[in-house]
Design a protein around this ligand. Structure first.
Ligand code: COA
Length: 371
């Protein structure tokens, strides 16, 4: 008789497991607080550029204004990535947005500099958006900041300063979020001493899933399907009765409303005041209120409130991006956190290799010889 294989029970979904030490960001789920390298997200959102948050997370320094050198290096990275697109355009044009991004990023040489990796996410996503509408690709404008140029390359028009600012706020706000699934994936890959491009491609695979970054497109679908505030309750009740999850609600760590939802909601209000098309804001608020109430009734012990994706959908729609490109646009911002975490992981030098509890058949070792 073989002795049973003893191991402690696994922690479901690694919930509550501390798997790294980081200086990059901190999520306080009880109090709804997100700290990015020493700054509350609310103090950065709308005040600093993508380039400044890149410097903050990657170098640990928040420049007081647009860092021109970094801006120029990002722009060079956009130019280099744009040159590559014709080589693989045919292979990605019919693919889903995240498959296209994964395939495009995999074309980068494994020794690509980190800043150029960040730049490429925006260029490849914008190129895919143009291909979907059958329009000519728009080359980067090296004079522009990253957020403005991304929106310009994606829409084919010089964006209004208010729309570009809203997108900048979005990218800064989603730049990092502690050990979320894609960042953890990137750190696991980096911990094997693999290259950064491979780690980012792996992270893109994790981000694609609807339980992580794939929710904002479906949130907009939900808002459209509900159609009017008075239909919200019936629609949501039917979804829950069918055992489906309400997209944009709930979070592994937050037990209160995700602070990023408030940042985006305010940003959409600003767009509305400036006269941009934000017809969905009032409806989104009605759906959020009703969903919260129904989820509270169904899961009284687990606070399921709006997460980052809920108002992401309204914001990205209002700045003119297509819903199919919401998740890769998340990657345009989150790549900053991935790169910072990959770098930090390399500094630690330790392979991430947890254990598993074996619950399979105990060894019998009664294999008959086949030869
Ligand atoms: N709609 C309906 N039910 C939900 C729900 C939602 N949005 N989120 C969680 N639940 C349910 C779960 O199914 C679970 O029920 P069960 O015990 O009957 O299986 C219960 O609430 C507790 O879930 P919890 O432990 O809080 O979820 P999690 O930590 O494993 O998952 C998410 C967190 C984000 C994956 C989950 O809330 C979800 O799927 N949300 C919708 C997708 C989404 O918005 N993703 C973007 C995340 S930023």
């Amino acid at each position: 008789m073989t002795a049973p294989i003893e191991k402690p029970a696994a922690t479901s979904g690694l919930e509550g497991v501390v798997a790294a030490e980081t200086r990059i960001s901190h999520v306080d789920g009880e109090n709804g607080r997100l700290v990015l390298a020493g700054y509350d997200v609310e103090s950065l959102a709308g005040r600093v550029s993508f380039e400044q948050v890149f410097s903050l997370l990657y170098e640990g320094i928040l420049p007081p204004k647009m860092p021109d050198d970094l801006r120029a290096r990002l722009a060079e990275g956009r130019a280099a990535a744009f040159e590559m697109v014709p080589r693989f355009a045919k292979a990605i044009e019919a693919a889903d947005a995240m498959d296209a991004l994964r395939g495009s990023m995999a074309q980068l040489p494994s020794n690509t500099k980190d800043i150029a990796v960040a730049a490429a996410v925006a260029v490849f996503t914008a190129a895919w958006i143009r291909m979907q509408s059958g329009e000519a690709l728009v080359p980067p404008d090296l004079k522009l900041d990253h957020a403005t140029d991304y929106l310009r390359m994606a829409t084919g028009e010089a964006p209004s300063p208010i729309a570009a600012a809203a997108l900048g706020t979005y990218l800064v706000t989603v730049s990092d979020h502690s050990l979320n699934a894609s960042t953890f994936t990137a750190r696991v890959i980096a911990s094997t001493n693999s290259d950064t491009v491979s780690a980012v491609v792996g992270a893109i695979g994790a981000l694609k899933g609807p339980l992580h970054g794939g929710a904002p497109g479906p949130v907009l679908d939900m808002i459209d399907a509900v159609g009017s505030p008075e239909r919200a309750r019936g629609w949501l009740e039917a979804e829950l009765a069918a055992g489906r999850r309400i997209m944009g609600m709930g979070h592994r760590i937050y037990r209160v409303r995700d602070p990023r939802a408030a940042v985006f909601e305010k940003e959409v209000e600003k767009l509305e005041r400036a006269g941009l098309r934000t017809a969905r804001l009032g409806l989104a608020r009605a759906i959020e209120r009703t969903a919260e109430e129904l989820l509270r009734q169904k899961y009284p012990a687990r606070a399921l409130r709006a997460n980052v994706e809920f108002y992401t959908a309204v914001l990205l729609d209002a700045v003119g991006l297509p819903r199919t490109a919401f998740t890769p646009t998340f990657a345009v911002g989150r790549v900053v956190g991935w790169l910072a975490h990959i770098r930090e992981q390399r500094e630690s030098g330790r392979l991430i290799r947890p254990s598993a509890r074996y619950i399979g058949v105990l060894p019998r070792n009664d294999v008959a010889a086949h030869r």
